[in-house]
Design a protein around this ligand. Structure first.
Ligand SMILES: Cc1ncc(COP(=O)(O)O)c(C=O)c1O
Length: 386
């Protein structure tokens, strides 16, 4: 591995992975070598274009795609929006029906809401208690007027891996293009190849923020929902951030190489958390598929504790974790993922381990957690019965 250190107590890699050393080195080099306009014809522009094209080929190699199928966007969210809205736009004649899983990332669901507000129809396919879509139920939701289907490669809140290959086969049989949001998987686990459209996000694999990937398979109908622009094969408007794209490509290759040894190590640390948390903390539910899951994510919900209070206390103890439930004063909405799974939505904590996390750091977390939960429960009881 390039560098084994991860920031102490940083357990929020599913939100963003700390920068990979390969990204930093490539970024600094490309800031000097790749600032010219890649669309121009003079030498400096051509060498910037070469950097961009080489980065595209490297990313395409990891995706199992052709370089001309890959475009760079300004975020994972933008890649998702373009994939969904562009996929729908191009198949307007087939119909205006969109199929999504109920546990997609908000970027997919927000694009679906826009489609609905514009007169389109959306079917959300439910999941089981582990957060997994049933391929037969997904296939049954496809109709003759279905323009596009969307299934994430793996869930961002609970880590459950979805049956992409089976769903892709059902979509192929029905003649419906499948969009796969692979933002949580790219670089960590390989994504099955049956997708028509795919999205990724560089800051999830240790690349810089502000770089997303949109891949459109050759032969897939896609039309930009945005005003025309020449850049990125007319798929993404605006001047490319070539240095960031170069850094993203370098990070993806390096991160993926690291994951050969690192993914099993992270998976074993997650197993340790999955086993020890319910043994040490009463009234807790570990959620998500125990086996068909990403290597680095584990989520559990604690009864009789507010998620935000728990995150704040863990932050005080030196741990950065996140929560799927955003029961904040302004939304009061539990996580749509946990709701769709039918599991406890209260006191929810997502631990997502970055590359190089120290095993001793995980043990320290397991030592601190039971006392923290117990203290919060005691103070909640005292508040009820002063
Ligand atoms: C599954 C999934 N899709 C899309 C995104 C959006 O990516 P970005 O943060 O680059 O906008 C995220 C980020 O959390 C994600 O987890």
């Amino acid at each position: 591995m390039a560098d084994s250190s991860a920031p102490d107590g940083y357990f929020d890699a599913a939100s963003t992975e700390p920068p990979h050393p390969a990204a930093r080195a490539a970024l600094l080099e490309a800031l000097d070598a790749g600032w010219a306009d890649p669309a121009r014809l003079y030498g400096r522009a051509r060498s910037t274009r070469m950097l961009l094209d080489r980065a595209r080929a490297r990313v395409a190699g990891v995706l199992g795609a052709r370089p001309d199928e890959v475009s760079f966007t300004s975020s994972g969210t933008q890649a998702v929006h373009l994939a969904v809205l562009g996929g729908l736009q191009a198949r307007r004649r087939a119909g205006r029906h969109l199929v999504v899983s109920a546990v997609e990332h908000s970027s997919v669901l927000h694009a679906a809401e826009l489609h609905e507000a514009d007169g389109g129809e959306v079917t959300a396919v439910g999941v089981d208690r582990a957060g997994r879509v049933d391929p037969a139920a997904f296939a049954a939701a496809l109709r003759p007027d279905t323009a596009l289907a969307c299934l994430q490669s793996a869930n961002h809140e609970v880590g459950t891996v979805q049956p992409v290959a089976e769903v892709a086969e059902a979509c192929r049989a029905a003649g419906v293009p499948l969009f796969v949001d692979a933002a949580q998987s790219l670089g960590r686990v390989d994504v099955p190849g049956g997708w028509s459209l795919l999205a990724g996000s560089a800051h999830k694999w240790g690349g810089p923020a502000g770089v997303g990937v949109l891949a459109v398979r050759k032969g897939t109908r896609w039309r930009s929902p945005l005003p025309a622009d020449e850049r990125e094969a007319r798929r993404v408007p605006g001047f490319e951030n070539v240095p960031a794209v170069v850094a993203a490509a370098a990070a993806l290759e390096a991160f993926r190489a690291d994951m050969r040894d690192e993914a099993p190590r992270l998976a074993a640390l997650v197993d340790r958390i999955r086993e020890r948390v319910p043994a040490a903390v009463p009234d807790v539910e570990v959620v998500g598929d125990p086996a068909r899951r990403l290597p680095h994510i584990v989520t559990f919900s604690c009864l009789y504790v507010e998620g935000e209070a728990l995150l704040t206390e863990l932050d005080r103890a030196g741990f950065a974790v996140s929560s799927g439930s955003s029961c904040t004063a302004d939304t009061l909405r539990p996580s749509h993922v946990l709701e769709a799974m039918g599991v406890i939505t209260h006191g929810n904590v997502r631990v997502s381990l970055p590359r190089g996390v120290a095993s001793a750091d995980v043990d320290r977390f397991l030592t601190v957690l039971p006392g923290t939960v117990a203290r919060l429960r005691r103070s909640a009881l005292n508040a009820l019965d002063p």
